[in-house]
Design a binder for this molecule. Structure first.
Ligand code: 6AU
Length: 283
């Protein structure tokens, strides 16, 4: 399994995908496999969280459509923070429509996702035309796509033969635009097509928490050790476990303390994720 190789030595496995190479190089450079998921509804909260954890992470994941005061200045500031702290941007758009529609959703509208987001993700429910539609927009810009082969939530239907179909679609994507999966384990190994040479993919995994095992709406958490060491995934995606303290605070002193807590949690998850990775490659 390529997951036993150090991140840096896998860069060459992604000759056709600049975004994947950049992610692996950033991981090696920053000694981090942490992606922070910033699911907040205010521009200022988003930027404060990102500035606080930027140093610890290799990737910032957004749900840009939940930001109430979104404007293109948010994109300008976010991309400036990406430069300052050396991370990539992942708009978690979960595209799920026909090729023509997703190409418009990706390129146009209020958010113009493709213009600023290094990577994004999609459900394979519509069939492989969704990959073609997104590739038409993303490929010329050097972007990357993740397929949602599995999900972290209770009762997910993304399992078994559906997961296998995602892996096959990725293997069949000759251009390299599909660079990996949202999944809970090494689906690229488990469902590798027998009639094709093995290919490397990145596995990014949400549902990561050190303090709680789930939420009230079906989310399920595992530890960085379970995700990176035991399951062989490449990147941990952590949301509320990191930024949770901030959203509850209001006055200035409390806010400053909350931002410090966000920074602290970011470092804590970075260390836990990297320790699990070192355990894996030195095993
Ligand atoms: O750590 P949390 O639970 O606060 O946030 C997890 C983040 C959320 C979800 O939309 C997302 O990860 N997510 C995804 C992604 C990244 O595609 C897939 C999935 O199966 N579960 C999941 O939680 O922003």
């Amino acid at each position: 399994s390529t997951s036993l190789q150090p991140y840096g030595s896998r860069v060459g496995n992604f000759a056709k995908n600049a975004a994947a190479r950049n992610i692996l190089e950033t991981m090696e450079r920053k000694q981090s496999n942490l992606c922070v998921s910033v699911d907040v509804t205010k521009k200022k909260d988003l930027l404060d969280i990102v500035d606080a954890v930027g140093e610890a992470v290799i990737m910032v994941k957004t749900h840009i459509d939940i930001v109430e005061d979104f404007d293109m200045d948010l994109v300008v500031q976010l991309t400036a923070l990406a430069k300052k702290h050396d991370f990539v941007i992942f708009e978690d758009r979960k595209f799920a429509d026909i090729g023509n529609t997703v190409s418009l959703q990706y390129a146009a509208g209020v958010h113009k996702i493709a213009s600023w987001s290094d990577i994004t993700n999609a459900h394979l429910v519509p069939g492989t035309g969704i990959i073609d539609g997104l590739a038409k927009v993303g490929e010329p810009l050097g972007r990357g796509l993740l397929l949602l082969a599995e999900m972290s939530s209770k009762g997910t239907l993304a399992a078994g033969e559906y997961t296998r179909a995602n892996v096959e679609a990725a293997y069949n994507n000759e251009s390299g635009f599909v660079m990996g999966f949202i999944a809970m384990g090494r689906v690229d190994d488990k469902y590798a097509p027998a009639d094709k040479p093995k290919r490397d993919f990145l596995v990014l995994t949400p549902g990561v928490g050190l303090d709680v095992t789930g939420d009230a709406m079906g989310q399920q958490y595992r530890t960085p050790d379970e995700v990176i060491y035991k399951s062989g995934c490449d990147v941990i995606i952590v949301g509320r476990g990191i930024y949770g303290a901030l959203t509850k605070e209001s006055d200035d002193t409390a806010r400053q303390a909350a931002v410090e807590s966000v920074r602290k949690q970011g470092n804590r998850y970075r260390e836990a994720g990297w320790e699990a990775y070192l355990k894996r490659i030195n095993h």
